[in-house]
Ligand binder design. Sequence first.
Ligand SMILES: [Fe+2]
Length: 246
Amino acid sequence: MKNTPEPHAGYAARDRAWHPPALHPPYKTSVMRAPSAPLLSLPTSLGEETGPVFGHAMLGDMDHDLVHNFAEPGESAIGPRIIVHGRVTDEMGRPVPNALLEVWQANAGGRYRHKKESYLAPLDPNFGGCGRVLTDEQGFYEFRTIQPGAYPWPNGGNDWRPAHIHFSLFGTAFAQRLITQMYFEGDPLIPHCPIVGAIPQKDAVESLIAELDMTRTVPMDARAWRFDIVLRGKRQTLFENRLEGL
Ligand SMILES: [Fe+2]
């Protein structure tokens, strides 16, 4: 629970050094992606400010079970079965309920189900690699999956991504979508990853590493990892020309 602050009041200043710089040459594609001109602030549209709003009725029964949600009946994905769970809170430690979490990942061999995937590790016919879940009233979430494998990528000639799960979080509107990656405690590839290396602060890297949670393992079934997520809160004053949180 290292990432979950105790609920408290007060002001939390934005730390702009927390995020990696847009340009980090060891991560090659950042050279092309990094803006070369000052950023422009674009006005949001009504659609971005009001939706989409997700409810439990919009999620399928198997959306939070990647072990089975792409598998043939009676079959399951190959690989170490795991539970990933945690809590989404704002920077004051207050739970964020009804946040949609979408996850995607490689299979146990490190292979994505994607037409541009070029890694020679085989596809698992019973694993799609996508899932989603809503946080409950107290901000907790949980999904089942298989532990993804590390994979190579054409960056510096011999770079390998540590095992990771991609996360997207929706707040109360499309403009509040946040994206990050979760890593696994003890993975020796983490310090070698050029993408992780773009993150300047050690604490920020550690906030992305899930901890093995033996209290939530299921005997003879699955290990468990805890990954808590902390967002900025909706503390922005409601200005006449800007809706809260945007
Ligand atoms: Fe990935």
